[in-house]
Write a protein that binds this ligand. Structure first.
Ligand code: ZN
Length: 267
């Protein structure tokens, strides 16, 4: 498969998959998500790859789902069509990153918003630059019950998640470090080298042992109900796509909701 919206690079046993739509702030189009999923599956099956880095080219990690495309091709989706689209591309693709048998690291700079937040937080570790910020403003912009995968309380704590989602505000890099949502904050100029150094260190461990270790660590969240609560939220999120509140936003234009939002963030 030849990719058009992502780039694959190997650094020893580390594979970096970069979102490569920098002019669109790496907005996640259908093609980008399909290519990312394909690359994750391929890297999972490739024995030469021990660690996977997910990065974004340009100034931002990802501004979220591509709302211009959503408005053009999916605004009139039925409940059934939206369910099929979002359960595969947003929910299942995300969980495939979470369940990836190899350690994953998100390399984050600039905006890491909504759909971008979901993807970055599916990774085992996050290294971010000083200019990185995290948000999920879709309750304010789209009248949606957050994004599709409510990973937020699991990675930042319930109270912090409530504040971020209720206000539609940002968590900056230092705050993300303070609350344990990211592993490291590094100068922007060092982001790439620091992330690769971490990946190379992890890649030195025997891969099957790491695979078992990751399974056990993720099961600590499974035992607390991670999968059940995430899939329950997916249903709630779908309900929020057919409310009068959502329809009013859609009729004014999904992409315009970003511009209407004072903080200027995407979804
Ligand atoms: Zn949705």
């Amino acid at each position: 498969m030849t990719y058009e919206t992502i780039q694959i690079e190997n650094f020893g046993a580390a594979r970096r998959i970069s979102l490569a739509r920098p002019k669109a702030r790496n907005a996640q189009s259908q093609q980008l998500l399909d290519e990312l999923d394909h690359a994750i599956v391929q890297a999972s099956e490739d024995d030469s790859v021990h660690v996977i880095v997910i990065a974004g080219q340009g100034e931002h990690f990802s501004a979220g789902h591509d709302l211009k495309e959503a408005q053009a091709s999916r605004a009139d989706f039925t409940v059934e069509q939206r369910w099929a689209y979002e359960s595969l591309r947003y929910f299942d693709y995300c969980m495939r990153i979470w369940d990836c048998p190899k350690p994953t690291i998100a390399q984050v700079q600039g905006a890491c918003v909504s759909g971008g937040f979901m993807v970055a937080n599916m990774c085992d570790l996050i290294v971010c630059s000083e200019d990185a910020f995290f948000s999920d403003p879709v309750a304010h912009t789209l009248s949606a019950a957050a994004t599709e995968v409510l990973i937020h309380p699991w990675v930042m704590g319930l109270r912090q998640a409530k504040e971020m989602l209720f206000t539609g505000g940002r968590v900056d890099a230092q705050e993300a470090l303070r609350i344990g949502m990211v592993n490291r904050v590094v100068p922007t100029s060092d982001l790439e080298t620091e992330t690769l150094a971490l990946a190379e260190r992890i890649a030195q461990a025997p891969p099957f042992g790491l695979r078992l270790l990751k399974k056990s660590l993720n099961r600590t969240f499974d035992a607390q109900g991670l999968r059940t609560t995430l899939s329950a939220h997916f249903d709630t999120h779908q309900l929020s796509h057919v409310t009068e509140e959502f329809k009013a936003v859609r009729d004014k234009g999904l992409a315009k909701a970003i511009q209407r939002n004072k903080s200027g963030e995407s979804a």
